[in-house]
Design a protein around this ligand. Sequence first.
Ligand SMILES: [Zn+2]
Ligand SMILES: [Zn+2]
Length: 489
Amino acid sequence: MENRPLLEKKYLLIDLDGTLTDTADIALKPMKDGQVQTDVSQIQVFQGATEFLAEAKNLGFECIIVSDSHPRYVDPIVREHFSEYCTAVLSLADKPNTLKTLNFLQEQNIDISSSTCYVIGDSWLDIELGRGLQVPTVLTAFYEARNLEIRDGIGDYVKNTKSGSTYFAQNYSSLLDILKNPLQNLLCLEAKFMGTVSCIARKPRPDDVPQGRLTAHRILARQSQGECDKYHATAKYFEFGQVARTQELLFLIRDAVMTYLELVLETQSYLWDIFTYVPDKQTTQPANKMGELFDLIVNQIRQSRPALSCISVFEWNNGVDSSTRKQSTAEDRRRFIDNNINLLDGLDLKGKSIIILDDQYTTGATADTLLEKLRAKGAKNILFIALFQLINSVDSNRDCPKCLANGLNKLLQLKINRETGVKFYSCVPPKAQGDGCGYSDSGVLCPKCSQEGMNKYMKERTNSQTGNKFYSCPKPPYGDGCGYTENIE
Ligand SMILES: [Zn+2]
Ligand SMILES: [Zn+2]
């Protein structure tokens, strides 16, 4: 019997332009596209890039460069600067092509599902690639503010943050810290759900300080659509919205918000007067959804910050029966909030700095509208904190088998059942705003069919008598499987 522990494999899939090299200049485009010979002397390596790769290698990471530039450009640069630290190079012109990347890794005998792997890059393409591979991602922002090539969305801050990276790094030392302490570098609420503490929040847009008055938006966790790494808090987001949610969950969220608030209140650059929240409508289920959490937080913060005024500031009009979530565009949401939420009478907000807590963040339309109302009453600095940000949807790399049989290529999307929190793959039908056929499966392969060398994905079913859930590989006429079933948990 061999008792030696297997060495854990660790990989970095790292982007080249903008992440290792300072090459956003539009003049370099013909080289990147392989139209002209690459002159390596024109390529500026970021200060600290090679040292970072050397350190990552020391930490046991194998580094693979994944670039969407042409091999005639990528190969000589890697040879000149990074060959000592890189084991492979993938030119992926159609980044984020997850399937092509997986095939490439397989050729290299790399199994990322059983190893530690990160995708690192400076654009949403890198992040979508990582999410498609279901591994953690780091969005880098090493450029100083200046005119950049727009290809790849470099510099498109909002699009890049909406892509929903696990981490954000502005320099190589924070990148290394993420590799060394992955849990402690998660967003505050995600870290709490993983049993650790972080006071990191994400900025869904840059802070704004017109006339010396700060407007800041902060996010404490990601709510994902489609494929993602294992740290996203989507299941917790749905649990928070359930009538049967537990006190334990509320305590976890309370503690994470407290950690972040304490950091904000300790920072002396802004002094905060009021802590409030976006209230629940009368019709919201669970009743008092945000109010209950707010009260839990206030019970604690009153002890450490007696000077902070923790009060209700907003109220809904009576009889509002729609919800913000049902408004499909940002403009609809803005108008809905503007028409239906009011400031309470008799508040003196002149010159006051206010922290607002809300549960969900999509485009920031709710925050913008509430901010306008507060500013109209003379409020000064405003910090809007949302628990969960809805990040972009990322397709799986699986074709819908039913559509494929009809000669159509439709990618399945990973979805989560709102009630049960269970994941499933769907060829999203029109009634759910998709253009697919409605096929769905659990994404779990039938073990019996696998033994026969066939890939069959099982369906999730519920026993109508006992309510127990099980996986099924349905036999004809219900499917083309073997009839195997397996209880869930
Ligand atoms: Zn389909
Ligand atoms: Zn089967």
